[in-house]
Ligand binder design. Sequence first.
Ligand SMILES: Cc1cc2nc3c(=O)[nH]c(=O)nc-3n(C[C@H](O)[C@H](O)[C@H](O)COP(=O)(O)OP(=O)(O)OC[C@H]3O[C@@H](n4cnc5c(N)ncnc54)[C@H](O)[C@@H]3O)c2cc1C
Length: 357
Amino acid sequence: MTDKTRAVSPRPEGRPAVSAGQTDGGSAVSGTGTGEGWNAPKTLMEKASLRPLPTGAANDGAGAERSKSKLPRILSVISRHQLSPHMLRVTLGGEGLRNFPESQEGAHVKLLIPEPEIDPAGFLSQIEQGQRPVMRTYTIRHHRPDLREIDIDFALHGHEPGEEVGLKAGPESGPESGPEINSQVGQKIEGSGGPASNWAQRAIPGDFIGLFGPGPKKMTFLTADWFLLAADMTAIPAAAAALEEIPRDAVGTAVFEITSEEDRQEIDAPEGIDIHWLVNPSPEKPSREQSRFIRSIRWRPGRPSIFVAGEASVVKELRVHLLQERGIPREDSYVSAYWKIGVNEDTHQKIKRATAE
Ligand SMILES: Cc1cc2nc3c(=O)[nH]c(=O)nc-3n(C[C@H](O)[C@H](O)[C@H](O)COP(=O)(O)OP(=O)(O)OC[C@H]3O[C@@H](n4cnc5c(N)ncnc54)[C@H](O)[C@@H]3O)c2cc1C
């Protein structure tokens, strides 16, 4: 495991929050100042947190349309944890996870990113009136139903221009650490951020976010003769969850493209899975590393289960190789473009729908 660094800033005055009283169980939120903060009409909150949503509500792309008029669950930020230089774990939870289906590791959700100054009441009310906040797709890396918590791992791909974000070692941010957490601000990650990546870098305990879903898990062919997984940092959460779910005597190969050597993670994969890490310091540029690697591996006998997800051009090339050249049946594979160089998720989803990518 790499050096675990983390930092959060103290909550700025007046920053809207979900108060500790709005979570329950073991999920009290620290950093919310006086614990006041939010006085949303109970009916709206009840509608948002108690209403079970259809599992199809967050399907890639089309789910955005279907979920437009529904209210999302409102989750609070429990903690933020720098897993590695380019991967940030945000633990979300609270009352909003009531009635959430169990064992959702590897399932995707839609995160609805609030504007910095809005409070949960205003946020829900805007959605009720038909306005749609920025929505992005992420994967549940861990799920602790007993604590009403999920972990979302954000691949960091930039920051807001001119903004410094805390990324250097500091005290743990979480329920125990209180509001005086860390004032260290640190290195900048250069490049163009997006609303989700920027939100994660700014998130502090007590912040809130909207959530639709979950959608279905990704790798479903779990009785294969062997497994082949290829993922970049955005798809490591889904691939890792799959590797932790397949039989412990499974064999195969997993290749992960990461931004730096230090972005390697510990994954509780079966011993028979060979894990390879490829370092690409410029994920914003097209890469052929995974394709080269997969073309070079020893092809095992029997029927493989395939998981491929990441940047669109990489996925396209691997789809051609695996499904067309190798003849892997579609039903034995999960192949999905998670993002596309140069366009945001909304545009990418439109392109995917238009081309049935
Ligand atoms: C089913 C599914 C599950 C996903 N799970 C996860 C997950 O668990 N963790 C995760 O980090 N991502 C995940 N993603 C990918 C994530 O939704 C996209 O990376 C998304 O574009 C990030 O939103 P944003 O607001 O930060 O950037 P956007 O506003 O969408 O994009 C802004 C700019 O950043 C670029 N960009 C976006 N992502 C990256 C990147 N990773 N590296 C470099 N440049 C980038 C875009 O090309 C664009 O130019 C998942 C996607 C899908 C479809």
